[in-house]
Design a protein around this ligand. Structure first.
Ligand SMILES: Nc1ncnc2c1ncn2[C@@H]1O[C@H](COP(=O)(O)OP(=O)(O)OP(=O)(O)O)[C@@H](O)[C@H]1O
Ligand SMILES: [Mg+2]
Length: 251
């Protein structure tokens, strides 16, 4: 029987908070475990696609799906039929301007949702609003799934770090990882790598612990009871639907 692919959505309505950084690094952390991983690039800026193009062929493979390419405006962002059947984990790099139907499509296809947050006041405020909207979104309320907040670009023992930790303590969702503000992240993106690939770098080895802990948290979450990618893939097409019908279009 085909294994189920758990789908992990990385999203926040605030730009530049580290969605692509988290998505690419998480994909690498899973690939390093020997798992079949697809990285779905949902962002028209195509940053994850660029990252995948830089990735050397001798590194654990991450299969990038260019979900941002749509042939018409009515195509949805459904990606389940674009990943290989043997895929075990699907990481979705969401984009900050996903609203309405786009956001609903992304939420419906997620088993676990990760929200990166930067420590600045502006990011904390915007992140808080995004999380509130997420938890009250009808696509979430109809099938609640685990949500974890990630403190990103943290400089330990600073006032901004303390402010962020206080804010995270007041949220209804758990803080599941903290990643440091470090140039190794931009270095890794440049060469299509993740922190877990950079075994010769001392700073990366230290940070690897946090990535493994994040993977463990995700794996500890109960499997989603609805909308698994397997059940979506096996669902027969509804009779009488045509691609010309705007409601039936899919990516
Ligand atoms: N932990 C980190 N330490 C240092 N730099 C980081 C870290 N996380 C992200 N960055 C840097 O911050 C910038 C924005 O990160 P990234 O592109 O991942 O954000 P994003 O949320 O995907 O942005 P967008 O909304 O534009 O898609 C990049 O230059 C990235 O290298
Ligand atoms: Mg991005």
């Amino acid at each position: 029987m085909e294994p189920q692919a758990r789908r992990i959505l990385v999203i926040n309505g605030k730009g530049g908070c580290g969605k692509t950084t988290i998505a690419t690094n998480l994909a690498v952390a899973y690939a390093a475990k020997g798992m079949e991983v697809a990285l779905v690039d949902n962002d028209p800026q195509a940053s994850s696609t660029y990252w995948g193009e830089q990735r050397a062929s001798d590194l654990p493979p991450v299969h990038v799906v260019r979900a941002h390419e749509r042939s018409n405006m009515y195509q949805t962002q459904t990606y389940h039929n674009r990943v290989a059947p043997e895929t075990e984990r699907i990481i979705v790099d969401g984009h900050s301007s996903a609203r309405d139907r786009d956001l609903e499509d992304l939420l419906k296809q997620a088993d676990v949702i990760l929200v990166p947050l930067l420590p600045s006041s502006i990011d904390i405020r915007a992140g808080g609003l995004f999380i509130a909207n997420l938890l009250t979104h009808r696509a979430f309320r109809s099938a609640p799934r685990p949500v974890g907040v990630i403190a990103n670009r943290v400089q330990p023992n600073t006032d901004t770090h303390a402010k962020l930790m206080h804010f995270l303590g007041c949220l209804d969702v758990p803080a599941v990882a903290t990643f440091r503000d470090s140039p190794i992240y931009s270095d890794a993106i440049e060469v299509g790598q993740g922190i877990v690939d950079m075994r010769d770098c001392r700073a990366a080895r230290k940070e690897t612990v946090a990535w493994r802990a994040l993977v463990d948290w995700i794996e500890d979450q109960p499997p989603s009871i609805c909308n698994t990618s397997q059940s979506l893939r096996q669902r027969p097409k509804a009779a009488g639907r045509h691609r010309s019908n705007k409601n039936s279009a899919s990516a």
